[in-house]
Design a protein around this ligand. Structure first.
Ligand code: NAD
Length: 361
């Protein structure tokens, strides 16, 4: 059996606590699905600054490049807040994302039935929501040239450029169609083609890629109406694919529909085939070291690792089913208790234990 190497960079605050539970879940599920995983732990963020004087060592980047996948916790905390921006913990995170050439960011927004009450939208609106936002991460307005400020004739001016070439669009479209194949087989491409030439190119190229995926349905949706539909009828979406700026905004809107920061996983996929998996939340210094963090976002990130880096679809489903079962059984970390709700809570390790028990069933 070939071994898949997984680099674990747990980071700071609750990062190590939640990542430990995610790793335990991977260790438990792997042998049942014929997978051999070799974990290798390294420092990132504040922990790396304290030990080595830098938020990410070259050696760790090299090890990550030789791995199948990177499992990341979170970085940052008050201890390092006064440091200059160039050497802060967040630089470690930005660097590893850049070094791995991560061009696709995948953010699922799933409403678990047991947590439907956590959304600010009505339970009947959010019931059954299970979508995946695929955002282009390395192009578009955030990176395009020319950019900058000037002061022509004493008047301040600023410009940014939205630019994509067809290859950049085609590769992210492929990620979306591939992901849809493992889901409900529907892709919505979000654009502003009535105004932007860049979006017109996206529509053209996404249509071309779609020909290779005749089993997946495709719809094109204007970004403004998509923003409205996301709060009116979020259940209609399966996979959403879009460029960087639209994706930045819509992935947060979609996440908010679920209402639970401790439940949101993410994956970023690189050109070299390496994936980086991390919960959306930060290092939560207010609860770090108290065994109070919710590890489910990290555990669901591990499920994405199984899915996207190891093509272990059954194993991934098994982990997600275990999380659903634990929530259905009423187990909650403190962050999942709704205002006014009276119920006992469990800690990070105990929540991991419950998931492991559900996996064993
Ligand atoms: P945060 O996500 O760390 O915390 C926001 C709130 O949500 C806090 O009250 C926290 O206790 C709670 N929370 C977050 N995750 C939770 C979990 N798994 N279980 C239970 N409760 C949870 O965001 P913040 O407070 O704005 O930032 C704290 C630090 O994290 C800062 O240093 C920030 O720079 C860093 N940060 C890192 C990342 C990352 O590593 N990807 C992302 C965001 C923020």
């Amino acid at each position: 059996m070939e071994q898949a190497r997984i680099v674990v960079v747990a980071g700071d605050g609750i990062g190590p606590e939640v990542t430990r539970e995610a790793q335990r879940v991977l260790e438990a599920v792997a042998p049942k699905h014929g997978l051999a995983l070799a974990f290798e732990e390294h420092l990132i963020g504040g922990a790396s600054i304290d030990a080595h004087g830098t938020p990410l060592r070259d050696e760790v980047v090299a090890r990550a490049r030789q791995s199948q996948a990177v499992l990341l916790g979170a970085v940052g905390g008050p201890k390092w807040d006064a440091m200059p921006v160039a050497t802060r913990p967040e630089k470690g995170l930005l660097r590893i994302r850049k070094e791995l050439g991560l061009f696709a960011n995948l953010r699922p927004a799933t409403v678990f039935p047991a947590l439907a009450g956590a959304s600010t939208l009505r339970p009947d609106v959010v019931s059954g929501v299970d979508m995946l936002v695929v955002r282009e991460l390395t192009g578009g307005l955030y990176f395009g040239e020319p950019r900058g400020r000037s002061a022509a004739g004493g008047k301040r001016e600023a410009r940014n450029t939205m630019v994509y070439d067809e290859d950049e669009v085609a590769r992210i479209a492929r990620v979306a169609f591939e992901a849809a194949r493992g889901r409900r087989k529907h892709v919505t491409h979000v654009h502003k083609a009535n105004v932007l030439e860049v979006s017109q190119l996206w529509v053209e190229v996404v249509d071309e890629v779609a020909k290779d995926f005749p089993d997946v349905a495709l719809a094109h949706q204007l970004v403004d109406s998509c923003a409205m539909l996301l709060v009116r009828d979020p259940g209609r979406f399966d996979v959403i694919v879009t460029e960087n700026l639209f994706g930045d905004i819509l992935s947060d809107e979609a996440a908010q529909i679920t209402g639970s920061l401790g439940m949101l996983p993410s994956a970023s996929l690189g050109a070299g085939g390496i994936g980086l998996y991390e919960p959306v939340h930060g290092s939560a210094p207010d609860i770090a070291g108290k065994d109070a963090a919710n590890p489910l976002a990290a555990i669901l990130s591990a499920a994405m690792l199984l899915e996207h880096s190891l093509a272990a679809h059954d194993a991934a489903r098994r982990v997600r089913d275990a999380v659903t079962a634990v929530l259905e059984a009423g187990h909650r970390t403190a962050d999942l208790v709704l205002p006014g709700e009276q119920r006992p809570t469990i800690g990070c390790r105990a929540m991991g234990d419950r998931v492991l028990e559900a996996l064993a069933l």
